[in-house]
Every structure is written in C-alpha cells, then in structure tokens.
Design a protein around this ligand. Structure first.
Ligand code: GLC
Length: 568
C-alpha cells in the first residue's frame, strides 16, 4: 500500500484533482556522471517537484533493458537498468516522493518485451510453457505472414532463423509482441504487476495498452495512407476482456491511478475504457489532438488550424463530461515540445508556453506536465543524423533513403526537427553550467543549444518566468473546483485566433480566453456569457481585473477570469 497519508489518500478519485509530472529518466538528471540520467539524479530533484506543486510522478521505464527503444524494450521487469541504479535507489526515490505526498506511477509495457527477455529467448527455443508466449507464424523467409506494418515503419514481422518462424512486432524488431491469447502470458503479467504494487507504487501508465489484443488469424490490413493493419490490432477483439481480467485480478484497489496509452481511440471507444461500464481505467491518453494534422503520416504534420484544434479538444471535453475523465497533455516523450508545435518558440516563447500551460490547467481533466515544459523548453536542432538517437527517426531516414523518396538527410530534416521524438529527449535544462547542469559527463544526446537562457536556475530567479507561472497555475487549480469539475463550453468555435471557453460549476463560473496568434486580436465576448462577478484569476500579461464586453488581447495573451471563491 502507498505510504501517502493525506486526507485525499482516502478518496479513490484523488487523481481528478491531481497534476501529474512525467519523468523521462534517461534525460532528467545524471548523478553519477556517465551522461545518462539516473534514479539518484531524480531523487536529488524531488524538492524541485514538490516546490512546483505536483501530486504524482509518472516515471518512464527504468527496468533492465538493452535500450533499443530507451527502455520500452524490457528484458527484466523486476530489476532496474544498471545505468539508472538498482532497486535500493528506486526504493529511496519512492520514499522521498511519498514523504512529500507525491505519488509514483510506473510505466507498464506489456504489449511487447525486449528480444532479450528470458521469455523470448525460451520461446524461440520452443522451451516448454514459453513456446506460445509470443506471436509466431510459419512462412517462407521472404514472405511475411501478413501485410501489417510496424508503428516505427517497415513490416511488423521478422524471421527468426533459430525457430525458423516469423514473430510479430508492432514496434521495433527488438520488441516482439506478447501473445495475450495465452493465459500463461496474462498470468505472468499480472504476477509482475502484483509484485510492483507490493513495492508500494500508486498506479500504472499502460503503454499502448489498446494494442494487446490482435484479430484472430491475423488477417491482412487494408492498405491506405497510414500504417497498414491497425484495424486488426487497435482496440482488438478481446481488449476489454483482458483489461477486466486485469482489473479483477490485480487492480481491485480503486485508488490506483491507471492511465491507458491508447493511440487511435475515439471518444466513444474511450468510454469503453474509462466510463462507468468500462473496463476500469482512470483515464486514457488519446491522440486525436496531436495527430489531427498528420495527413496520413506523422512526418507530414504541421498544417493545422486553431479551429480544428479546438474542435478536437472540445469533442473530448464534452464527450467524457457525463461519464469518464480526460487526461490533458500537449507533449510527452513521444511528441515534440508543445511550445514549438502549438506556440511560438521564437519571440513569444515565454508567452506561448504560459498560454499553453493555461490551456492544459483549465480544461476539464488531469493535466500532465512533461519535464521541461514548465520552463518552456523548445524543440532542438539536429544538424546531422549522427545527432539523433531515436529508433523511429533513424528508421524513417533509412527507409526514405532506401526508397529514394529523398536524396539526403537535409530533405527530411524539417520533419525530424518538427515532430521527431528526440526533441523531447534532450537533457532537462537545470542551469547554464556545461551540459545544462544535467551531467558532468558526456550526455547521451546533445543538449538544446538554448540552455544558457532557458534553464531552471534562471527561471527560479525570474518572477516572470514560465516556471513561476506554472506554480501559480497548479495552485489555482488546486484551490478552484470549477477548474477541475466545471462544465466546459467552447465559445466562438470558428474564431481563427482565439480559443475561449467557459467552465461552470453551480454558482462558480470561469472564462478562459487565449490568443493563439503573434498579432494582437480584438475579442468580443459572446452576449450569452455572464461577466458579472468575474475577476481576473491568472494572466500572462497585465490585464484589467474585471472583463469588459470586448477587449484587446496581445500576442499569445492568456487570461482566466473566475467568480471569487465562496468562503464558508
Ligand atoms: C509507446 C511509448 C513509446 C514507445 C512505444 C513502444 O508509444 O510511449 O515511447 O516507443 O510505446 O513501446
């Protein structure tokens, strides 16, 4: 059981009022100088997290792993990757967080393991009960069993010379998919989850959990613009049976936070995961608002309008209002930095980082902060493919060159620098010391060159920084139920520059107005919005304390007006 003993700890839905901070351990803080972040490094920064005011940490994988996909390829679920430390370090981190009333959510990666996991090694030797732990198929070595494509590009199958069969991998060839149809696989997964729960964790973030069930007989997919085969493994036929079984077997403590990462899930699908008759998850990470401009493929992203963005987010806001709960995020370790994607990482970096933070903390749902977002970290520059580390980007470059779609790295560089995952994985910028204060060694991936100006130390000293603003936002959401539970209503859906909405909870009301442009804009409040009693609660620029019927918003200006708290 968790050792957090706050009043909220007795409330099984504590996570609705919580703010979660995501840590990508490889890039957060390096205590031992080997250039790779580690658990002791994180422990040294728990006071930083406490000062920020977050309630929970989601820790990306720290388990034993050959690191083909930075830990999302696990070779032993019950031990720590040596570069990150060991179980004693992990326990110290857990205690340090719990002492500060910060809960810990671990990453659960059970769609696949690493090829080096003992289960796979035994499976490829057809060793007893492990024979059917993975998805193996016969076939001639030059003809994969079906046309499914991997999420990282190329075929989803690799021929194994040892077993003389194909195995399925929806991600990299080093990440073979587990065979969830086999009850012994499910037993092993549940046992492992039990073991982590017995260590005192507070929940799981479940990696690509809606991909674990594959259509029977693995039929060919319909080739189209995007990845082929997804209709046969996104929300597959037994997904809810498996999740219900998992809930009944290991997740019966309903104060655990469970967040399913669910690419391709729409609002109606989401209800089946998080609704009252659903399979029991607290919330899902949906992808619509980060993929709506993909035009078939993530590398085509970039052509988006605010009206579309608002439409997608509002659909989720109202869609789960009566039944279910949203997670709210604009970036994570798989997405580019939000200020570069949805804001302006040049002249208006500070303003737009604050504006986007205002959005995530005033929408209905649990906000997730990705490390560095709170200081307005931006996408990086990758002058050569040698600067890249991410298997997805490197596969994309290799395949594009092989297919002669492009002549050189320069032809794909814009796409990589716009949506590539390494943008999120450059080291956390702590100070203007060498390597941004992240390591005293050689960092495993280059630092963003702007670390001398964008860093925690500077942000701490500057009252007007993004960091201070985030603290205020977190505090405000903590104090105001209307921001957590209030009904959401979008205003002016077609307005090309302003994202505005109201939140209403009984007598409590809120009005949020955000200018997504680098030009000033005149905002006319729709006539049916009651302005009486509203007062400025937070803003990223000087603003009048009460709203008028119309007002001018500066570039990336954000304002939140609320009715004052009723003290009883
Ligand atoms: C999820 C993770 C991502 C990983 C993939 C395969 O999408 O967030 O980082 O590469 O699953 O595990």
């Amino acid at each position: 059981m968790s050792s957090v003993e706050t009043k909220e700890a007795t409330d099984s839905q504590w996570w609705k009022e919580a703010v979660v901070y995501q840590i990508y351990p490889k890039s957060f803080n390096d205590a031992d100088g080997d250039g790779v972040g580690d658990l002791r490094g994180i422990e040294r920064r728990v006071d930083y997290l406490d000062e920020l005011g977050v309630d929970a940490v989601w820790l990306c994988p720290v388990y034993e792993s050959p690191q083909a996909d930075n830990g999302y390829d696990i070779s032993d679920y019950r031990s720590i990757h040596p570069a990150y430390g060991d179980m004693d370090d992990w326990r110290r981190l857990l205690d340090a967080l719990h002492e500060r009333d910060i809960r810990l959510v671990m990453d659960l990666v059970v769609n696949h393991t690493s090829k080096e996991h003992e289960w796979f090694q035994r499976s490829r030797r057809r060793d007893g009960e492990y024979e059917d732990y993975y998805i193996w198929r016969d076939g001639s070595p030059d003809e994969p069993p079906n046309n499914w494509e991997s999420c990282f590009g190329g075929p989803a199958w690799t021929y194994d010379d040892e077993r003389e069969q194909w195995y399925l991998h929806l991600f990299d060839e080093n990440q073979p998919d587990l065979n969830w149809r086999n009850p012994a696989v499910r037993d092993s997964v549940y046992e492992m989850m039990e073991w982590w729960l017995s260590q005192g964790i507070d929940g799981f973030r479940m990696d690509v959990i809606n991909l674990i069930s594959k259509a029977e007989d693995l039929p060919d997919g319909e080739p189209g613009a995007g990845q082929t085969g997804t209709e046969h493994f996104f929300n597959g036929p037994n997904i809810h049976e498996y999740l219900r079984e998992m809930r009944d077997r290991v997740l019966s403590d309903d104060s655990l936070l469970t967040i399913g990462e669910t690419p391709g899930v729409g609002v109606d699908d989401a209800k089946e995961y998080v609704g009252s008759d659903g399979s029991g998850l607290s919330m899902v990470f949906q992808f619509e608002h980060v993929t709506f401009d993909h035009d078939g493929h993530k590398w085509n992203a970039g052509n988006w309008s605010l009206a579309e963005f608002k439409e997608v987010l509002s659909k989720w806001q109202t869609g789960l209002e009566d039944d279910g709960w949203n997670s709210v995020y604009l970036n994570n370790h798989d997405q580019p930095r939000m200020v570069s994607r949805f804001g302006d990482d040049g002249d208006y970096r500070r303003e737009s980082a604050k504006l986007l933070g205002t959005l995530t903390h005033t929408l209905q749902g649990t906000p997730f902060i990705y490390q560095g977002e709170e200081i307005g970290m931006t996408n990086a520059s990758f002058a050569s493919p040698d600067d890249l580390r991410d298997v997805e980007s490197l596969n994309f470059i290799e395949e594009s060159l092989e297919r002669s779609d492009v002549q050189s790295y320069e032809d794909v560089r814009d796409a990589i620098e716009y949506v590539g995952r390494d943008n999120a994985r450059t080291p956390m910028q702590w100070s203007d010391d060498p390597n941004a204060g992240f390591t005293e060694g050689e960092p495993w991936i280059q630092c963003n060159s702007n670390y001398e100006t964008v860093n925690v130390e500077r942000a701490r000293a500057d009252e007007d920084s993004v960091l201070h603003y985030y603290r205020d936002l977190i505090e405000l959401r903590d104090e105001r139920d209307v921001l957590v539970y209030g009904e959401f209503e979008l205003l002016l859906p077609d307005h090309p520059a302003v994202f505005a909405y109201t939140r209403t909870l009984g007598d409590e009301r809120g009005l949020v107005v955000l200018n997504f442009e680098s030009e000033p804009v005149e905002f006319v409040v729709p006539a049916d919005v009651a302005l009486d009693g509203l007062e400025l609660a937070i803003a990223n620029a000087d603003a009048p304390t009460v709203p008028s019927d119309s007002f001018e918003l500066g570039p990336y200006e954000a304002r939140v007006y609320l009715t004052p708290t009723q003290h009883t």
